[in-house]
Design a binder for this molecule. Structure first.
Ligand code: UDX
Length: 485
């Protein structure tokens, strides 16, 4: 199949590379000539596992790059739209990039095409897309529209594409359904998985991907509802973590117990400093805007967002409670990206926490395995000092904060960290350690939804650390008080 992918951001570039990997001839298009030139030179603009390998494997053979929508449309049977749908001032998705691309596609359609919306868009976008193509001169008999939402997580986007939980094909006509079925046939039939040099997948055995065929509106709704549900799961567990901390329970144990129920499942139950990224914050808000337009007050989503914002405030209160005052304190920060395995800092809780700390007069010395260059570029005015690694960050600092769940931050030499820090304090917003690991290394360990770990010989030091009565953060350094009846 000949495929055009319009928009070479995270979703577009990964999709284009993966379509080539499963055997299609692909043109990846972007209106940023610098980006296309860099791709032509073999540069990989994002930190994404296996992407460089796929680009190298297919560039110049089944994968080409172009800045011309018209050229790509003429040379293709299926056109995927993967341009950005940023948040507008009112919280709705701004679809102006989608519309601009639709106008360009319309004027280039001369033979039968399927135009497929892959970006995250509100329900009914396919309807508008069809209208826009018609208004801009495409003949109705020469195109169909369809929705094929992506469920790619940054960091694992390539394997999410090639080994998906499901492929959602939302189409209102047989032509589009059959075209999309053919495109995904190597995954749905399982033929890709028996090839010799497939991208490896660690985890469950994989034989075939499941295709779910729906109408276009259902597919659009599946995408928004999935992201809103996952965000709700994170906010829910963060709320439970706050109770857990108050009563002296351990959120990790609580999650193990909850997640063992197969109706709930263990994934996306990691308590922390809240969700971030380019999808959840924007999509939850956009989904709520969709609900409002339908006359439905989706108040549950307001609460999901409130808990998420509150989680950062609570973390800041925890830092204050551990360090007393922040002005002039020097803090080592591990993590800038919104999660591990990516260099993306969009809506990163780590950046929000750092900005609040700087505002309170603290000095920040930060390290991230991938996101330093992007942070320097996007926040040139922010007074962060950058370190070469975790130990360099910790050197001479008053405390160490863990803000992103990178694997390497879970494997630190804690004895070395202890020797480098001025005060023996670690405040972990991602629960990467058990209390005893830290206390055995002589460190006082604050985490989320659990009691504070204090080395035995230091117990008297931290017996009255709480603090912000408005946030009701208890003094969890003390043993839970016995309950009297
Ligand atoms: C998400 C969806 O998972 C994906 O299906 C969709 O296509 C795009 O949006 P992504 O934004 O890459 O993917 O990241 P994800 O792994 O979902 O994490 C989102 C945020 O939630 C991160 O900030 C992460 O740290 C946080 N998170 C995730 C938690 O706080 N706890 C968890 O248990 C899981």
């Amino acid at each position: 199949m000949r495929i055009a992918v319009i928009g070479s951001g995270y979703v577009g570039l990964v999709s284009a590379a993966c379509f080539a990997e499963i055997g299609h001839d692909v043109i990846s298009v972007d209106n940023d000539a610098n980006k296309i030139s860099a791709l032509e030179r073999g540069e990989v603009p994002i930190h994404e596992r296996f992407l460089a390998e796929l680009l190298q494997r297919h560039h110049g053979f089944r994968l080409r790059f172009s800045t011309s929508v018209a050229h790509a449309v003429k040379a293709s049977d299926a056109i995927f739209i993967t341009v950005g749908t940023p948040q507008s001032a009112t919280g709705e998705a701004d679809l102006s990039f989608v519309e601009a691309v639709a106008q360009e596609i319309a004027s280039a359609i001369c033979t039968r095409k399927v135009v497929i919306e892959k970006s995250t868009v509100p329900v009914r976008t396919c309807e508008f897309l069809r209208k826009s193509l018609l208004f801009n001169g495409a003949k109705s008999e020469l195109f169909s529209v369809a929705s094929n939402p992506e469920f790619l997580r940054e960091g694992t986007a390539v394997t999410d594409f090639l080994y998906p939980d499901r492929i959602v094909i939302g189409a209102d006509d047989e032509f589009s359904t059959s075209m999309l079925r053919q495109i995904y046939a190597p995954l749905a039939s399982g033929s890709y998985y028996s090839c010799a040099d497939t991208i490896p997948f660690s985890g469950r055995a994989f034989t075939k991907a499941r295709a779910i065929i729906t109408n276009a509106k259902s597919a659009e709704l599946i995408k928004h509802a999935s992201n809103a549900f996952l965000a709700m799961k994170i906010s829910f567990i963060n709320a439970v973590a706050n109770i857990s901390e108050s009563v002296g329970a351990d959120i990790t144990e609580v999650c193990e117990g909850i997640g063992a129920d197969s109706r709930i499942g263990p994934r996306f139950l990691n308590a922390g400093i809240g969700y971030g990224g380019s999808c959840f914050p924007k999509d939850v808000q956009a989904f709520q805007a969709v609900a409002n337009q339908c006359g439905y007050d989706f108040a549950l989503l307001t609460e999901v967002m409130r808990i998420n914002t509150d989680q950062q405030k609570r973390f800041l209160a925890k830092i204050r409670s551990a360090l007393w005052t922040l002005r002039g304190k020097k803090l080592a920060v591990l993590g800038l990206a919104f999660k591990g395995d990516t260099d993306d800092i969009r809506e990163s809780p780590a950046i929000a926490v750092i900005q609040a700390l700087l505002k309170e007069g603290a000095h920040v010395r930060a390290y991230d395995p991938a996101a330093i260059a992007r942070t320097r570029h996007m926040h040139p005015q922010t007074a962060i000092e950058y370190a070469d690694d975790a130990y360099d960050a910790a050197t001479g600092c008053d405390a160490l904060l863990i803000l992103t769940e990178w694997n390497e931050f879970a494997k630190l030499d804690l004895g070395r960290i202890r020797s480098l820090l001025k005060y023996p304090v670690v405040i972990d917003g991602r629960n990467l350690y058990e209390n005893n690991q830290m206390t055995e290394a002589g460190l006082i360990y604050y985490s989320i939804g659990r009691s504070v770990g204090v080395p035995a010989k230091m117990l008297p030091i931290v017996n009255n650390t709480n603090l912000d009565p408005q946030l009701h953060i208890p003094d969890s350094t003390r043993e839970a008080a016995p309950v009297s009846y």
